[in-house]
Write a protein that binds this ligand. Structure first.
Ligand code: SAM
Length: 225
């Protein structure tokens, strides 16, 4: 039997602890800034256009973004490591499908998905595990399938953060690993993705972190090694 890596246990337990406060504190996607909403709308329009299969919202949390995509006409379901988050998502959106699982080992077949959204959900994954994560995204996407990665990124050097508490002041044991957007794009290219767009939302003066969105796609035909 394989043991669950400790960083996944820390993510699961921490988000179970903060879930009830997280759902209150996190903005509704309709209240997000115009650029973030525009990127979600562009992703929704693109996955509808390629029409290659359902979209998985990986690290869906309480399902607000999943429901936002569903409202934009996307056939979407959510997966999250935290059973408490999934319980809240199922309660709030009983018509949508939500499953407990890890994006590091997805309970999905090869080429099954038309799209993957990972919205503020990959920054707890240690950088050395990102190639495995992106390989799993690549495996489960259909050729031509689309990926949208959005989340915290570093402006310059990688940042490693160990917050003692989060959302509502609860103790958390997860760590955050923020990489510059160029490094994330490089790792995606190594995982055989084609990058179609990248956006960084400029931080306040002197800030060491930013928000980055990358749109990518799995090639229709296998890429030459
Ligand atoms: C900051 S929350 C974002 C939730 C949601 N995407 C949103 O934007 O509101 C990060 C979520 O990612 C989930 N997560 C982190 N690593 C994961 C993994 N390996 N597999 C599945 N879920 C994961 C956490 O459990 C948590 O619910």
């Amino acid at each position: 039997m394989t043991r669950t890596p400790s960083y996944l246990t820390a993510i699961r337990d921490s988000y179970d602890t903060v879930a009830a406060d997280y759902v209150q504190l996190v903005e509704d996607p309709a209240q997000l800034d115009p650029l973030s909403r525009a990127m979600l709308a562009a992703f929704a329009e693109s996955v509808r256009a390629v029409d290659l299969g359902p979209v998985a919202d990986l690290g869906c949390g309480p399902g607000k973004v999943t429901a936002h995509l569903a409202g934009l006409g996307v056939p979407v379901f959510g997966i999250d490591l935290s059973p408490k988050m999934i319980e809240l998502a199922r309660f709030a959106y009983p018509d949508l499908k939500f499953t407990v699982g890890s994006m590091t080992a997805l309970p999905l077949r090869d080429d099954e998905l038309g799209g993957i959204l990972a919205y503020y959900s990959t920054h707890h994954t240690p950088p050395e595990q990102l190639p495995t994560l992106y390989a799993e995204f690549h495996r489960t996407l259909a050729p031509g399938g689309l990926l949208m990665l959005a989340g915290h990124a570093a402006t310059d050097e990688p940042l490693h953060l160990r917050p003692a508490q989060a959302y509502g002041g609860h103790p958390v044991s997860y760590e955050s690993h923020l990489l510059p957007v160029e490094r994330i794009a490089e790792l995606l290219i190594r995982a055989r993705f084609l990058i179609t767009a990248r956006l960084t939302q400029e931080p306040d003066e002197g800030a060491k972190r930013t928000f980055a969105t990358i749109l990518a796609r799995k090639a229709e035909h296998p890429l030459a090694p």
